[in-house]
Design a protein around this ligand. Structure first.
Ligand code: ALL
Length: 349
């Protein structure tokens, strides 16, 4: 598994086409390597990803042992179960450095639970909140409240909306993958399998989440480049059961579907269930995103073509680590890019 993170300059400078400078490899306290590319346009307040040295004694610095809280999305989703387990495992090795708590949502649209979780961490005077926002715009307000209370907030997995942040007067770094490029890896695998003219549908994630929109854009890139024929694209809100229903309807509406691109594996599971019910599993190609344990047998048996690994547990661990460094006085900005990789039967044991 690759632990490489890439540091990209701030989006506004990246958009302006700033030149990347030489990359430097460093090793973090989690033992993973980071690649940093600095841009001449970077704001001087942006700390380099490369750690300047070991962390100071945070308990002595703050006068108390820091409290770090992780806010995730649906704990019914294996992606977040793995993130939860990985983050707790890491925190258990650092109990002398910080105290740790995690919280998730009961399902993918339980948005209020996220707002409540942030509020609770503010009330309990947490020092760091690491959060995968369920809604890129709506979560800006509670996050601003946490920042105003002096809490360091680390945005992982789903980028906050740039305009909503600008409107609120905040500018947080994003620690997460290139979702568009990741989705294109899966889409390209499907395009290669079907060839030009292949008839496909897309199942999208929650439209409120930036990563759902990025993945849709990546699938669209594969459709255009691979000259696929896109029959339809609808959201199933990241959920298995809803994807099952949407796919069942698609099969009636478009009996000649050849391939499905699902923006996460929870939805790919629902797609495969619908295909199994229709006796079409294995005949219609399915790609997903996350590499959760539940899809691996499906890929090995040929009921799914591919998925995308995005190293969720590592993402949370890096989020915690960068949060602690912010407590020690560093300030990050821009996009610290975490890795993605394609997983097919060839990559599975
Ligand atoms: C995203 C994650 C996963 C996940 C989805 C559902 O933020 O990156 O792909 O499956 O949320 O909540």
């Amino acid at each position: 598994m690759s632990d490489v993170l890439r540091f990209r300059p701030h989006r506004r400078f990246a958009a302006a086409g700033a030149m990347f400078m030489a990359a430097a490899m460093v090793v973090t306290t989690t033992g993973a390597s980071l690649a940093q590319s600095a841009s001449p346009g970077d704001s001087p307040v942006c700390a380099p990803v490369e750690p300047a040295g070991p962390l100071p004694d945070l308990t002595a610095l703050l006068g108390h042992k820091p409290k770090v809280g992780l806010v995730m999305k649906s704990l019914a989703n294996e992606f977040f179960q793995q993130m939860d387990a990985g983050a707790k495992e890491y925190a258990a090795t650092q109990t002398d450095v910080f105290d740790f708590q995690t919280v998730g949502m009961k399902d993918e649209r339980d948005f209020d639970a996220q707002v409540q979780a942030v509020e609770n961490y503010i009330t309990q005077q947490f020092d760091v909140i690491v959060i995968a926002p369920a809604d890129s715009k709506a979560m800006v307000t509670p996050i601003k409240k946490a920042l105003d209370a002096g809490i360091k907030v680390i945005n992982i997995d789903v980028a906050l909306d740039a305009q909503a942040m600008a409107d609120a007067g905040i500018d947080l770094a994003f620690f997460g993958p290139d979702n568009r490029a990741g989705a294109k890896l899966a889409g390209d695998a499907l395009a290669a399998k079907l060839g030009p003219g292949g008839k496909v549908v897309i199942l999208e994630g929650n439209p409120e989440a930036d990563n759902a929109n990025q993945r849709k854009a990546g699938f669209d890139d594969s459709v255009a480049e691979g000259q696929l024929s896109l029959l339809d694209s609808r959201t199933a809100h990241w959920e298995t059961e809803e994807a099952n229903q949407v796919m069942t309807n698609f099969l009636t509406q478009y009996p000649d579907i050849q391939g499905v691109m699902a923006a996460n594996d929870s939805m790919a599971l629902g797609v495969v269930q619908a295909l199994q019910a229709a006796g079409k599993a294995g005949d219609i190609q399915v790609v997903g995103f996350d590499n959760i344990p539940a899809v691996q047998p499906l890929i090995k048996e040929g009921n799914m073509l591919a998925t995308v690994e995005q190293y969720g547990a590592q993402m949370a661990k890096f989020g915690i680590e960068f949060g602690l460094r912010e407590l020690a006085g560093e300030q990050f900005c821009g996009w610290v890019q975490t890795p993605v990789s394609l997983v097919t039967a060839a990559e599975l044991p």
